[in-house]
Design a protein around this ligand. Sequence first.
Ligand code: 3PG
Length: 386
Amino acid sequence: MTDLDLAGKRVLIREDLNVPIDDGRITSELRILAALPTLKLALEKGAAVMVTSHHGRPKEGQWSQADSLAPVAQRLSELLAIEVPLIKDWVGGVEVKPGQLVLLENCRMNVGEGKDDEALSRQYAALCDVFVMDAFGTAHRAQASTHGAIRFAKVAAGGPLLMAELDALAKALEHPARPLLAIVAGSKVSTKLELLSSLVSKVDQLIVGGGIANTFIAAMGHSVGKSLVEPDLIDTAKQIMADAKARGADIPVPTDVVVAPKFAADAPATVKAVDAVDAEDMILDIGPDTAARYAELIKNAGTVVWNGPVGVFEFDAFGHGTETLARAIAASKAFSIAGGGDTLAAVDKYGIADEVSYISTGGGAFLEFLEGKELPAVTALKQRAG
Ligand code: 3PG
């Protein structure tokens, strides 16, 4: 898009403005702020700008207040300092003049959006002279407003945000400064199995955290008490460790952990050696020695990819591990990239957003890229580019 002459052209931009909204109030505007430079650029270039996005997963063919983009239109008006009307029925045609910007109501309310319907994709394409795909966060979905519109638009281009995301991810994974260290945490190995299997063939160190680490701790032969664990995946965890070892990579496991008798903000926190966890204990964080050891690895890394908090950081008593790692990333000279909803909440909580080299707006798309999967919208753009 950056190279295109957009003066006087009708430009339809797909953004991912799927921001959390609580009772009409936007609780994180990261995705709006990330899209802003693209929208400003299109206006500066003299385009008549239409912006489309989904919000949530509403039922197609029905309007719902909860998934309306009205709060986003309001916020965009403030940030761009121009009026940003929200257009409700827009598939058949949109009135917009050069220098104006309109937000189109949630595209997932249109029948056919989710199944990448060709007729709907063609209708989207017919609205514009140029279609710009800028929604990295939705690039893993083959839907009418992503993959479909790219196929049928007169001209289709990648937007600056999408390009920046792909560049940052390529820098981290395709030609990383080494050592390349990844932090993968979350409640279950099963939901991140593809990610772990893919990263283990690329990284020099793989730090696992949260419930995922418990399964690895169990694979080392230690008791994890009442902690969240997936017994069926203990052999898989052993295999991942063996694969890492075979290529000289390291999966460090905790030597100490923070335990509590129950999952609660006010539960008493006790630090224990990893081989001293009792039957009644729940592991809710890594211990201070482990956190310090991991921080040292981060300090010496060339690249850090971070997805997932290593403890229950929402409860302050169990946030020390995540905070230590967050601060180590902030202080490290490594190229660092963070993505995923919980990770960004941790970045926010510890105030390190400015110190992370790149914060991805993608959740599922970020994970799928890390897993080495093709993102359908990116593939479609490449096909259009020949
Ligand atoms: C996200 O929040 O990850 C993206 O906006 C995609 O949303 P989806 O999972 O509902 O497609």
